[in-house]
Design a protein around this ligand. Structure first.
Ligand SMILES: [Zn+2]
Length: 440
């Protein structure tokens, strides 16, 4: 079989792997490039989308599903296999991405794509549960396993029969962190022939979650004490829901109180409503809280902002504002950064991975002046970071997971070059280049 890498090579966005056997061609993910690689979304695929028989979609993050509208507009009409939550979340994520590209006046992955095309694309999903083998054709079987990354995220096991020999391919998708709230821990896979593993944190170890939670409580208390504002940029999927889950717990346990908390992100609000429909996918702790009658995404002083951004700006201090996007670009967070970043009573708490080239990365690297929506803003606010809330496995977890899978060959993708190389060296893997192929 032939394996081609069409994204997320030595970078974290644009996931897209093409597998070609004698009779079948399929993709694993078809994601959007973000940050400084955005221009690659406009490039032609090195394959004809009409020839693709099906797509395996690991999860609904834009860097995994964002070029589905492009292959669809260019003639792909096969099935897209995913879990149910992935389908529902992918729909709002893709519609939002189209909308953002219009607002920001930047080209979408396909220039002619309309909302109706994305709605049409959703009809091509076939949704599967975790754990059951599914025959796709005479030579291919698949099984989804829980990747523990965001709601509905999946690891794909794929059995491919060629010339009477069956090989097992395993695609990690994005592999979740252990003991994160809401989602279950990722599953382990064994007996792989060929393994494709992400490496976002391939060269780092996470701080302890306890420490992250201590920082979060401390920053909330500091904000209350100095009568200031705490801004937390959040991704709409998972990070928002996890932050609400944690804040809800802190309020219930009376570790914090006396402050208004706002979520200003239309997309995160939609995603949270989808989360509420899939309680079956939650871990034991989250289910127990819900069973006891706790709304894990709501608590005293919390408000979902549905268009009243002015109300949040005018609300008295102290206040906490969660807003998208997680990397500061697009979304409502820009409004608050412009208003508060120069205020020494403000705190900016960064709780998400910041891709190379993003505004968030610049702030972490210590830049004291940044451009938000074309306005230069001086940073006088306190900058605080928590990296342990990551939805990705760290080096040790990736290493353990790869070793248990015991594969004959490993490809390391979805990481910046140093991260991918470091992980690859430790597990004897190969880091492919963009638009290259291998035979296996
Ligand atoms: Zn992801």
């Amino acid at each position: 079989m032939k394996i081609s890498f069409n994204g997320a090579c030595k970078e974290v966005t644009g996931s897209c792997i093409l597998i070609e056997t004698g009779s079948t061609k399929f993709l694993v993910d078809c994601g959007m490039f973000q940050g400084k690689s955005y221009y690659k979304n406009i490039e032609d695929f090195p394959f004809d989308p009409e020839d693709i028989d099906f797509v395996l979609l690991t999860h609904a993050h834009l860097d995994h599903c964002g070029r589905l509208p492009k292959i669809f507009m260019e003639g792909f009409r096969g099935r897209i296999y995913s879990t149910l939550p992935t389908r529902d979340l992918a729909e709002i994520i893709l519609l939002d991405a189209l909308n953002v590209s219009r607002i920001e006046n930047k080209p979408f992955v396909h220039p002619l794509c309309q909302e109706s095309d994305i709605k049409q694309l959703m009809r091509f999903f076939t949704c599967l549960d975790y754990g059951n083998k599914r025959k796709i054709n005479d030579n291919i079987e698949i099984r989804l396993r829980d990747a523990g990354h965001i709601l509905g995220s999946a690891i794909f096991e794929v059995w491919i029969k060629e010339d009477g020999i069956t090989k097992k391919l395993v695609f990690s998708g994005d592999l979740g962190n252990m003991s994160n709230p809401i989602v279950k821990d990722h599953e382990f896979i064994d007996s792989a022939d060929l393994l494709f593993i992400e490496s976002t944190y391939g060269n780092r170890l996470h701080e302890s979650k306890k420490m992250g939670e201590t920082i979060l409580i401390q920053e909330v208390k500091n904000t209350i004490n100095k009568n200031g504002v705490l801004m937390i940029p959040v991704f709409s999927l998972e990070r928002t829901q996890e932050m609400l889950y944690r804040l809800n717990s802190f309020f219930e346990e009376q570790k914090i109180n006396g402050v208004n908390i706002f979520l200003d992100s239309p997309l995160a609000i939609k995603a949270t409503n989808i989360y509420k429909q899939y309680v079956d996918f939650f871990d034991k702790e989250a289910k127990e809280l819900i069973f006891k009658g706790d709304d894990i995404f709501d608590f005293k002083g919390f408000k979902m902002v549905k268009g009243e951004t002015d109300e949040v700006l005018n609300a008295s201090m102290p206040k906490i504002i969660l807003a998208g996007s997680g990397m500061f670009e697009g979304g409502k967070i820009g409004i608050y950064l412009k208003k508060y970043l120069s205020n020494p009573l403000a705190t900016l708490l960064i709780v998400s991975f910041q891709v190379d080239g993003s505004l968030g990365r610049k702030v972490i690297s210590g830049e004291r002046k940044i451009k938000v929506d074309n306005k230069e803003v001086e940073i006088n606010a306190k900058i605080s970071t928590i990296f342990s809330f990551s939805s990705h496995s760290d080096h040790r977890m990736l290493f353990d997971w790869a070793v248990k899978a015991n594969p004959k060959k490993i490809f390391v993708v979805h990481g910046e070059e140093p991260a991918s190389q470091f992980l690859a060296e430790s597990i004897n893997g190969v880091v492919p280049d963009y638009n290259t192929f291998y035979n296996f």
